[in-house]
Ligand binder design. Structure first.
Ligand SMILES: [Zn+2]
Length: 137
């Protein structure tokens, strides 16, 4: 029986014990939950399966503030953006770094003068729509 030398932590999402190599360490940095895949950041960390299910479960039961021993108030929500981006694969639109994702999809750049800075989006021009509007599929 080979005893594993890998420490075991409890996932704050599903509450199951797992080797730390299967879990993602999460630390709090400046009020935001950030992933620490290499487990090198200082401070108190929480362990989480890097899956959307466990992330949602942890958020739903507010496990992060508890695991990270935030100040007793626990009314201040923690910003989970960086962690979500890591776990969910940065599926949020507009978050992708430019210059990499446009190889397979040629996008016609909208000239800056074509955009109204503020106010309701009034579609008054229809003559040039068929070249500017393109369905993503
Ligand atoms: Zn889990």
């Amino acid at each position: 029986m080979a005893e594993t030398s890998v420490p075991v932590r409890t996932c704050v999402g599903c509450r199951e014990r797992a080797p730390v190599t299967d879990l993602l360490r999460v630390v709090l940095r400046a009020g935001a939950l950030v992933p620490d895949p290499r487990r090198r950041l200082p401070g108190r960390g929480a362990s989480l399966h890097p899956t959307p299910e466990c992330l949602r479960a942890a958020e739903r039961r507010r496990a992060f503030p508890r695991a990270l021993r935030l100040s007793g108030g626990s009314s201040a929500p923690v910003e989970a953006g960086p962690l979500r981006a890591h776990v969910l694969g940065a599926t949020a639109p507009g978050e992708a770094p430019p210059g990499r994702a446009n190889a397979h999809e040629r996008q016609t750049a909208v000239p800056p003068t074509d955009r109204q800075p503020a106010g309701p989006h009034v579609e008054s021009r229809t003559s040039s729509d068929e070249s500017a509007v393109k369905s993503p599929r």
